[in-house]
Design a binder for this molecule. Sequence first.
Ligand SMILES: [Zn+2]
Length: 357
Amino acid sequence: MPSSSSLRERVVTAAERALKQGGSVGPLELLQELGFLYPGHVNDWRKGAPQYTPIEPRIQCGAAKLAEVYRLFAEWAAAKGMKTVEAEYSRRGVGGVAALQVTADGNDERERFFRTHYASAELSEKKTERLQQKLTKAPDLVVFITVADDAKCSECGVEITPGEFLFLEQQQPLCVGCADLDHLVFLPAGDTAMTRRAKKHSPLSAVVVKFNRSRKRYERQGLLVSSEALAQAEDECIADADQRAARREVAAVHRVVLDQRLVEQMTAAILNEFPHCPATEARQIAAHAAERGSGRVGRSAAGRELDPKAITLAVIAHIRHVHTNYDSLLMRGVDRQDAREQIRGSLDTVLSRWRDS
Ligand SMILES: [Zn+2]
């Protein structure tokens, strides 16, 4: 049968190519290589885009032919004596890491088929372990720098203007405040040691990308990390360099540019509204909210006018991240709304303690 033998050839060629590229090949890589599954759809599915979840219905191939593809794929793997590596698919969202379903019906056996990858039989124990980690790893959280059009936060309605950060949650734009990423600071790309260390120390981090219109692709701009992680990474880089000059250089590159007057005004406004807030924390909240280009409340029009509501929001965000276990709830995968519910009591306690005069 010429048609079946040519399909076998196509499957073998695609499997070999995918194996060479990724170090392993599973059904989804094979189907992409064969042109039966669009890589863009797979990428969106990995990010949790609802219209591509589950991904199986996106496979463009008739049932009979698809069954034959899977049979030929298994035959190829068996003939080569390939090693199997199972890797769960997951995605990273604001609420933590969640499993991703491949099949429409969630059938255990078929889910398992899709998460089974083939790798070379000669792969060492150590390399197999590393491969499995790579396959299981959820993609990074991604934050976009808006380029052309203004967007509106789907939760609080604030305008997200070009140059500001935008987060997509199930395809809906969120400002960094509503995405609960506003306690993170921006570390520009370029210093690999700093980037690696800051990411390692940060309990929550996100990759910042920006669309390059002439090249028509997203380019990495840097990382959002916690300010504590950034400070720790700086310390380590300075310890390495072991030079005062290096300290100055590192500090100059990474020091956040602040609008000092705005910080002073905001600190005063916070203390006016919350007289029992420790002064150091008021200043910390103000400095944080006033960071340039951050899209935080401090830079919004309301923040500049020192609107009491904007001030309160900045204070609430600070209390959540510093005085409650909110961040660790998010990291454990608790849904954002549930996490807010759980910490409401401790939040209110601190708020009223700071407010009471
Ligand atoms: Zn918002």
